[in-house]
Design a protein around this ligand. Structure first.
Ligand SMILES: NC(=O)c1ccc[n+]([C@@H]2O[C@H](COP(=O)([O-])OP(=O)(O)OC[C@H]3O[C@@H](n4cnc5c(N)ncnc54)[C@H](OP(=O)(O)O)[C@@H]3O)[C@@H](O)[C@H]2O)c1
Length: 373
């Protein structure tokens, strides 16, 4: 029997990585806590609540396919938290494939989803492995709500809203900015249709009287996950954070991106956006508080003759993400996923199962479902 710990958390020093460690401890899954700076990994791990009862080891690893492959060899699942993923993801995916590990990450970047599916989807399937980028609150919780609607046959159009209350972390802010230069899409009659970079909407938020501002947020994962789902022909998702000033900031930056940054050479674009993001978020947000950090995932599903609406009120976006990652690893150590190769969280593990996981840890309420069918 190999003594290798079966799960690797890569990027464990981040806000989300340490939450994955916390939940892996709760599932009693041994893991390797990995990051680019071993001293920092130890400092961070020492502060994870309850960690004295976890079975884990620390690994310092260089961010290269070769070094990551060596680290991952003998493990079974990689939970990658080093984003933006379009920038840092390829090495970890290549290394997971080379080491024969299932791969998951926390991204919400549509361009990374598409790239991952196209580049590595079949290769993972051929090796009997799961490639599941995007097991995270944004957008797995909304995907659960969409699938609850789709339990009713005859609905082919998804109108999705994903909002959460809180301030994005350093890497999340970097990610939000990095996707502003990408093209992003929704689905219309099973085809990708490009969003205008200036698209925005005032949306009705279930459970409150005030409207909120929502953006396509880089297109979201939903159109990619539903592209080859025979039940769904149209899928549009919008979202963001509740805090209007943050959303207005993103709109202003979109104008700068379109008018100035997109005219720069590619390498300069990346640096300009990264510097702008760093000026907005340099530190660690406080640990989430369920009385403050709420989330709403709302899906209107419709067809020619009927409608179903499903709302999931939840809390603690980052904790939902940490828990979903830990559960995915826990599941994969015991049973194969429902789908190999590229698959979403719901396609791999089942939407009712993932909802149950979130509910059992107090991070999501009972879905509110209304229907005229
Ligand atoms: N979709 C969602 O709902 C959702 C939720 C949570 C997170 N996320 C995504 O997950 C990612 C991580 O988020 P976070 O909140 O944990 O961010 P974070 O607190 O900023 O942590 C980022 C992690 O990446 C590591 N890292 C950064 N650059 C690196 C490099 N060049 N080489 C190796 N490691 C590097 C950091 O290591 P150091 O400590 O050594 O700097 C840290 O461990 C982001 O892309 C974010 O958008 C998405």
């Amino acid at each position: 029997m190999s003594s290798k710990k079966p799960v690797v958390i890569y990027g464990v020093t981040g806000y989300t990585g340490r939450l994955v460690a916390e939940y892996l401890r709760e599932y009693r899954v041994p893991f390797i806590a990995a990051g680019r700076d071993g001293k920092r990994v130890k400092e961070v791990m020492d502060k994870v609540p309850g960690i004295e009862n976890a079975e884990y080891e620390i690994a310092e690893v260089e961010h290269s396919t070769e070094a990551l492959t060596k680290l991952f060899k003998g493990a079974k699942v990689v939970c990658n938290m080093v984003g933006p993923f379009m920038k840092y993801g390829p090495e970890a995916v290549e290394a997971s494939l080379a080491a024969g590990c299932h791969y998951t990450d926390t991204n919400g970047e549509q361009n990374w989803m598409m790239h991952a599916e196209e580049t590595w989807g079949n290769k993972f399937a051929d090796r009997g492995l799961l490639l599941s980028p995007g097991i995270a609150q944004m957008y797995t919780t909304g995907e659960i709500a969409a699938n609850i609607c789709l339990e009713t046959p005859g609905l082919d159009t998804l109108d999705i809203l994903v909002l959460w209350k809180g301030f994005p972390t350093y890497a999340s802010t970097q990610t939000i900015f990095s996707i502003l230069t990408a093209d992003f899409f929704h689905l219309e009659q099973n085809q990708y249709v490009q969003w205008s970079p200036f698209a925005k909407a005032e949306v009705q938020v279930p459970g409150q009287h005030a409207v909120a501002m929502a953006l396509p947020w880089g297109g979201t994962a939903h159109p990619v996950w539903f592209k080859n789902d025979p039940r769904v022909a149209n899928c549009k998702a919008m979202g963001g954070v509740f805090e209007r000033s943050v959303m207005e900031g993103v709109v202003q930056i979109t104008t700068v991106v379109e008018e100035q940054i997109k005219k720069m050479p590619k390498a300069q674009q990346e640096k300009a956006l990264s510097d702008m993001a760093a000026s907005l978020q340099a530190g660690m947000p406080p640990r989430e508080n369920p009385r403050i950090n709420t989330s709403v995932d709302s899906v209107h599903a419709s067809g020619p003759l009927g409608r179903v609406h499903c709302v999931i009120h939840g809390n603690c976006n980052y904790k939902q993400t940490g828990l979903l990652q830990a559960y995915a690893a826990y599941h994969l150590l015991q049973a194969p996923p429902r789908r190999l190769g590229f698959a979403s969280g719901c396609q791999a593990f089942g939407h009712r199962e993932l909802l149950g996981v979130l509910q059992s840890f107090g991070l999501a309420g009972k879905p509110v479902i209304t229907s005229d069918i």
